[in-house]
Ligand binder design. Structure first.
Ligand code: GLC
Length: 651
């Protein structure tokens, strides 16, 4: 939709500031006009009723212009290159790793020395866990930010971060950072002023003089950390008020009903974009709008805010992709890719948390039916958007997928989840998994799971028993879990330490800033002597590292594995085997994963359901060629085996 007045307003603003809209700035101008109506309508949808609406609207337009003006030319060039590729981030050539800089290598100054390590493994996207200033013992791993623009001294300085970014860019690597949009630390300047009674900043948060409104909110809001931070409000003695704190008591929820808050946070987003961030991870977007009588999650206004951010970014800093960290039910996740007019214009990425959890489900039950039942919802992801695929991250594993998927597989949802929790917390005899339940809700018995990939796959228990067979089995499980995320479609994001099989670290228990949060058991402190063992042939580290490396190399070789929304799940011929087909043009590849501890048999008929029917298949994993047999003959997959079969000859 075109609005002449808006067009004129933008032209006038740009001309006043000596932009050359016919030449150098023509692409920016075109993007601005193309997005202007959407920006205006989303802004009005959110803030039309606000008394300062007009003043802030003008500031918003100016903010977009300034962000573009301040964009370093190297990033403008990079934007142009990315835009030429359309969705640059769908590529099979990308693979990422998420890490805590201090726990990985000390600080930002050391990280450039580690770039070779990432290249060796096949990683070219780095997600650096929160780096901005955060109070030491009240940091939630950096997700309680007290200054959005100052790198925490523990990690170094802003200059170190910029230096790293330049090094990475020279090596064609991509940077991913977080914006913690939902809350600030109670030590942030805004919160400090609010504590001192400054009404302007009290309006940056949800603050109330008594419990009347907090009680109304609480009636329908779930608790996120019921054990360590029950309730959703915290009393602030300094100003005798109650402030909304959905996560920990020291994380104050920002009030996006106030357009000043939106503007200040958009400014921060542009600040990160102009540091050279390629993918911005928007932390906890599901929570950014609150409404009494609702769960205060996934509300339409939260989506409007994200869409507004997306449109503004598309205009000023278009090379930066947005990842919405919405760990919510499958149907809800889909909405973060945008709906209606905004399909594929909200978040470019979301975490495929459902698939991640379902892989853990299948590993515990040796049955892939729940995973398959859930794909119907996941397949709705719009073209041009992508998943972050992963097995582990810094957070817990939630079992929040639909009950219906569990029922379709023939299980009782409550019993099924109880089994999974017991299996992963080592409460079932013979379970090789060593994890711990996280955030048990005493009222509902809901719980999530903490633990490293290796420990949950049985390596910790196998090492304790010094049992070679179990060690080999756990390594096979680790690789199978990873491989599925590499081949599924999306940007695989490894979690640091998993590439060499770190097991749980229990030292967090003696640290008062961490002991209340068992997610720290799976956030390892890297011991480079251990990581060096990746070069010792036969060591566990060697086995996991080199095979992970090979799997990533295979991914990079095969453009068909780019995320062109080109996945078709295979008919379940065997309940132990997850299988899907990826196709693009005339390319086709089948990926199979045996979730059972026994060999699995797959009828060759499984490969004949789509034309052209393959005659011969080449397995990229073991380099073997198979002749597709009769329907009563089988492809045999050893326990926890992976097969990646490319169509070689067809009928
Ligand atoms: C996100 C982060 C998590 C953090 C929470 C609150 O979910 O991944 O680690 O605790 O947001 O910021």
């Amino acid at each position: 939709m075109y609005k002449k007045n808006l067009h004129n307003q933008i032209v006038e603003l740009l001309q006043q500031q000596s932009f050359n809209i016919a030449k150098n700035d023509s692409a920016f101008f075109a993007r601005f006009i193309a997005n202007a109506t959407a920006i205006e309508s989303l802004y009005q949808q959110l803030y039309a009723q606000h008394p300062e609406n007009n003043r802030i609207w003008k500031q918003l337009l100016q903010l977009i212009i300034t962000a573009y003006q301040q964009r370093p030319s190297a990033f403008v060039e990079r934007d142009t290159k990315k835009l030429q590729q359309e969705q640059w981030f769908l590529s099979n050539e990308l693979a990422g790793m998420s890490l805590y800089v201090d726990r990985f290598c000390g600080d930002l100054q050391q990280l450039p020395n580690k770039l070779d390590y990432f290249r060796e493994l096949g990683i070219n996207v780095l997600h650096l866990m929160p780096l901005f200033e955060s109070p030491l013992h009240e940091s939630d791993g950096g997700y309680a930010v007290s200054n959005f623009r100052k790198v925490d001294e523990r990690f170094g300085t802003l200059q170190h971060l910029q230096q790293l970014q330049q090094n990475m860019q020279q090596q064609e690597m991509f940077l991913m950072l977080d914006i913690v949009l939902n809350h600030t630390s109670h030590q942030h300047e805004w919160a400090q002023k609010a504590k001192q009674g400054d009404e302007k900043y009290q309006d940056f948060y949800y603050m109330f003089t008594d419990r009347q409104i907090p009680d109304q909110f609480d009636a329908s809001m779930p608790e996120i950390f019921p054990e360590s931070a029950p309730g959703n409000f915290t009393y602030v003695p300094e100003c005798n008020q109650w402030v909304m704190t959905v996560f920990h008591q020291y994380q104050w929820d920002l009030n996006y009903r106030n357009p000043e808050v939106f503007l200040a946070m958009l400014d921060t987003i542009f600040f990160y974009a102009n540091l050279g961030v390629d993918i911005l991870r928007i932390d906890a977007p599901a929570f950014i709008w609150k409404e009494i009588g609702t769960t205060c999650q996934n509300l339409p206004q939260a989506h409007a805010i994200l869409q507004l951010i997306k449109c503004c970014v598309e205009v000023a800093t278009p090379g930066m992709a947005l990842l919405g960290e919405a760990i919510v039910a499958p149907k809800k996740i889909m909405q973060y890719f945008g709906t209606g007019l905004y399909v594929a214009h909200e978040c470019d990425f979301a975490y495929n948390a459902t698939q991640m959890a379902l892989q853990w489900d299948a590993l515990a039950t040796q049955d892939v039916r729940v995973m398959l039942a859930a794909q119907e919802d996941l397949a709705r992801k719009p073209y041009g958007t992508s998943w972050i695929t992963y097995t582990r991250c810094h957070d817990d594993i939630g079992l929040g997928y639909e009950d219906n998927s569990i029922r379709k597989a023939g299980y009782n949802p409550y019993e099924h989840r109880r089994y999974l929790k017991n299996y992963y917390s080592g409460n079932i005899e013979n379970s090789p998994a060593r994890g711990t339940l996280f955030s048990i809700n005493p009222k509902t018995q809901d719980a999530r799971i903490s633990g490293t990939l290796a420990s949950l796959c049985g390596l910790e228990a196998a090492l304790a028993k010094q049992n070679e067979v179990f060690i080999a089995e756990s390594i096979a499980k680790i690789l199978m879990m990873q491989a599925q995320t590499f081949f599924l479609g999306g940007l695989p994001m490894l979690f640091y330490g998993d590439e060499v099989g770190y097991t749980n670290d229990y030292t967090y228990l003696s640290d008062p800033g961490k002991s209340y949060d068992n997610r720290w058991m799976h956030r390892p402190l890297i011991d480079w002597i251990k990581n060096e063992k990746r070069n010792t042939v036969g060591s566990i580290e060697y086995q996991i590292f080199t095979q992970t490396q090979q799997l990533l190399q295979i991914r990079k070789q095969l453009p068909v594995l780019s995320d062109y929304s080109n996945i078709t799940w295979l008919t379940p011929h065997n309940i132990h085997v997850a299988g899907f087909m990826r196709s693009y043009g005339s390319e086709r590849i089948y990926a199979l994963f045996n979730y059972s501890n026994k060999a699995a048999y797959i009828t060759w008929h499984a490969f004949k359901e789509h034309v052209p029917v393959p005659k011969k298949l080449f397995n990229y994993i073991n380099q073997q060629v198979y002749t597709v047999g009769a329907d009563y003959e089988y492809l045999i997959l050893p326990p926890y085996d992976i097969a990646l079969l490319a169509l070689q000859e067809q009928y």
